[in-house]
Design a protein around this ligand. Structure first.
Ligand code: SF4
Ligand code: SF4
Length: 434
């Protein structure tokens, strides 16, 4: 059974216009001890302990970095449960019983504008590390690492492109939190001692572009500007965004920072604002819940740790409760699928997609070449697929599948309904082994 990616009936246009609804905070919330980037984790509290909202309750270990775990509510450590994490794996979660008082950790003191103006790039790095800030566009890459260098940054790009179908969390954030997003960009200017900030928004979002341009009049001379970019997929891929905004091609194996460029997703910028100004980690976020399988697609402001099932109930439940479902956390092209609705909302979940499962027979490859023409990284997906089928490791490596960004286009365009991207993922695993 597969997600019906090839028959996308996108509700994005409708959902972009729906204001975000605050989801009530549940009695029990869950925090993963480990995740896709951190195979180990340590719990720093004991059963029965009282916890504050924003308190560090555990520490994940990603090998070369540590990631604090924060409670998004005040309450009591109530035990452990297993649920699916966004990675698609069942892992151990810390269960916190909410006391519904939302008492902040008293050690978390907001910063004044004067204090923020004096922060160095290293200070920002430390603040973001302590607050476990990660890429909120779905990458989950630890944000502080982007501040851990002394490269001269000439321009900061804000990725407000949200190019995958269905997803609308960033658009709603920009409509509803414009002030915080701009302040977050001003913090980035301080951190990188860089004046030029370009907010990359798809050209088709005319109203959002006008709203930001109008609002930025208050910041005349600040160096922050809107930069309309193309309407295609995957325009949100950082290499495509940089090419569109600056005309620079970043060669494979090089980082944007080597070219004086720093780039951040717009939700991450909002999270940076919360970490720097209010000195706390992300405790809630905007999530779009959509897909043909649920009754009322909606945008929600959700407390981190909320069970997915509660969110789906809030949408009126399933259209066809008797049919098997496909659950995707993230977009239909690059998101991760969950085996059931027993998932938990973490800070890197941008959206929840629910579809009625469809069976789809893969046909034989007809050598149409569509996958090759569509690949934004100029790979040869059909050849890689053949090499994987033949277990030809040398050929796989020679075809360089590690350049694949898993955009999903090769599967989407395949007229024979072959899940080509799955083969490329397998090729990447082969290519990483000796
Ligand atoms: S998923 Fe397919 S189209 Fe996308 S980069 Fe990888 S090989 Fe190319
Ligand atoms: S798009 Fe599908 S049918 Fe066409 S060459 Fe690629 S794998 Fe074969």
């Amino acid at each position: 059974m597969i997600a019906p990616v090839s028959s996308i009936h996108d509700t994005k246009g409708l959902l972009e216009t729906l204001p975000t609804v605050s989801m009530e905070v549940p009695d029990l919330l869950y925090f993963a001890v480990t995740n896709a980037r951190c195979a180990k984790g340590e719990v720093l509290i004991h059963e029965g302990d009282h916890v504050y909202m924003g308190q560090c309750i555990g520490m994940r270990d990603g090998g070369f970095f540590k990631q604090p775990i924060h409670s998004s509510v005040s309450g009591t450590f109530d035990g452990y449960e297993e649920h699916y994490h966004r990675s698609g794996k069942k892992v151990k979660f810390i269960r916190i019983r909410n006391d519904h008082k939302d008492e902040w950790d008293p050690s978390l003191k907001p910063r004044t504008d004067e204090e923020i103006a004096k922060l160095t790039r290293q200070d920002f790095s430390k603040i973001l590390e302590e607050n476990a800030m990660v890429g909120l566009g779905g990458s989950s890459f630890p944000t502080y690492i982007k501040f851990n260098n002394d490269k001269k940054i000439e321009v900061i790009l804000i990725n407000a492109i949200e190019c995958e179908p269905y997803i609308t969390a960033d658009i709603r954030l920009m409509e509803e939190e414009i002030e915080k997003t701009i302040e977050g960009m001003r913090y980035l200017q301080i951190a990188f001692e860089c004046k030029k900030v370009l907010i990359c928004i798809k050209k088709k979002h005319r109203s959002l572009i006008s709203t930001y341009r109008e609002f930025l009049r208050r910041y005349e001379g600040s160096g922050i500007e809107v930069c309309p970019v193309g309407n295609f997929y995957p325009q949100g891929w950082e290499i495509a965004m940089i090419r569109s905004a600056l005309g620079i091609d970043i060669p494979t194996g090089h980082l944007p920072s080597e070219f004086g460029i720093a780039n951040f997703n717009v939700s991450t910028v909002w999270g940076i604002y919360e970490a720097v100004k209010n000195n706390h980690s992300v405790i809630e976020r905007r999530i779009s819940v959509t897909g043909d399988g649920i009754k009322y697609p909606s945008n929600f402001l959700v407390r981190i740790g909320t069970p997915l099932k509660l969110l789906l109930d809030k949408c009126g439940g399933y259209v066809h409760p008797d049919k098997d479902k496909v659950f995707i956390l993230g977009g239909p092209m690059m998101g991760a699928s969950l085996p059931s609705d027993d998932g938990i909302i973490s800070k890197t979940v941008t959206s929840v997609l629910v579809f009625d499962a469809q069976t789809s027979e893969e046909g034989p490859c007809i050598r149409c070449g569509s996958c090759v023409y569509s690949c934004p990284t100029h790979l040869e997906p059909k050849q890689i697929m053949d090499a994987v089928k033949a277990f030809d490791k040398e050929r796989i490596k020679a075809l360089n599948p590690l350049r694949c960004i898993e955009c999903g286009l090769c599967s989407y365009v395949c007229t024979s309904h072959i899940r080509v991207t799955d083969y490329i993922r397998r090729a990447k695993m082969f290519a990483k082994t000796k």
